[in-house]
Design a protein around this ligand. Structure first.
Ligand SMILES: C[S@@+](CC[C@H](N)C(=O)[O-])C[C@H]1O[C@@H](n2cnc3c(N)ncnc32)[C@H](O)[C@@H]1O
Length: 232
């Protein structure tokens, strides 16, 4: 994922803003849902928060409290640094997290968990529970035209192509997968779930991993690029 996100960093926010390749795409309710997501993030009580895989900081800036952002990509972090002069930004791999046990009150992560394959997921949840007492996960909602699990071909502005693993979530199932918690937001594009420290994730989502649930695209190795830009 590193090469892909390094390459994508300068154009990453175009996805949120409906600019560049995303201009003119038919994304019903996108702006409304994005506003609702930013409001839901801003409504979280201020806390000592670690944003894992903060990217350009587009959503990080809605978090309140003492914010640390972590990302593996220095090109993503360079953009986040301009946007979030007050935040502590750390370039590191999320697996494992380079922090002491209980360093944070909340671990927030957006559009990262859904890129983790099962073994990484288990490692990430263990790390999240270790460093923070609350886990908040934002990710893409399961939408018509998508399978819960896909391997997608992503094409950047310069024509370069990358294969990316990506999941889409039904909110109650995400709560179950994290071992409990509450749905804080469920729109047609986004889900946001809060899960307390004592929750223990199941990691495998059994229905998704039954052979019959695999997408034809996944069996063929790649999904075509999403025409509506439902990537992240
Ligand atoms: C889809 S972007 C999400 C960015 C941001 N959280 C958002 O919601 O817009 C995924 C981010 O995860 C970062 N990332 C991927 N794997 C990582 C890892 N193992 N450790 C740290 N960051 C990682 C990428 O560099 C990228 O910035």
């Amino acid at each position: 994922m590193k090469a892909y996100y390094d390459a994508r960093a300068p154009e990453y926010d175009e996805w949120y803003l409906g600019a560049g390749r995303f201009a003119g795409l038919d994304r019903p309710d996108w702006d409304k849902d994005l506003r609702a997501l930013r409001q839901a993030i801003a409504a979280l009580p201020p806390a000592r928060t670690l944003d894992v895989a903060c990217g350009t900081g587009f959503l990080t800036r809605s978090l309140r409290g003492q914010i640390t952002g972590l990302d593996q990509s220095d090109r993503m972090l360079a953009i986040a640094r301009n946007r979030l002069p007050e935040a502590n930004l750390v370039q590191a791999d999320a697996l494992p997290l380079p922090f002491e046990d209980g360093s944070f009150e909340r671990l927030f992560t957006s559009h990262f968990y859904g890129h983790l394959e099962p073994v990484q997921r288990a490692g990430f949840l263990t790390e999240a529970r270790r460093v923070a007492s609350e886990l908040v996960v934002v990710d893409s909602a399961l939408r018509p035209g998508h399978a819960p699990e896909e391997r997608q071909e992503r094409i950047l502005n310069d024509g370069s192509r990358f294969s990316v693993y990506k999941r889409y979530f039904d909110p109650p199932r995400l709560v179950r997968e994290l071992g409990g918690g509450r749905v804080l937001l469920a729109t047609s594009w986004f889900v946001m779930v809060s899960s307390p420290a004592e929750a223990v994730g199941t990691v495998e989502s059994p229905e998704e991993n039954q052979p019959g649930r695999r997408t034809p695209h996944r069996d063929q190795g790649l999904c075509p690029p999403s025409p509506w830009g439902g990537m992240l």
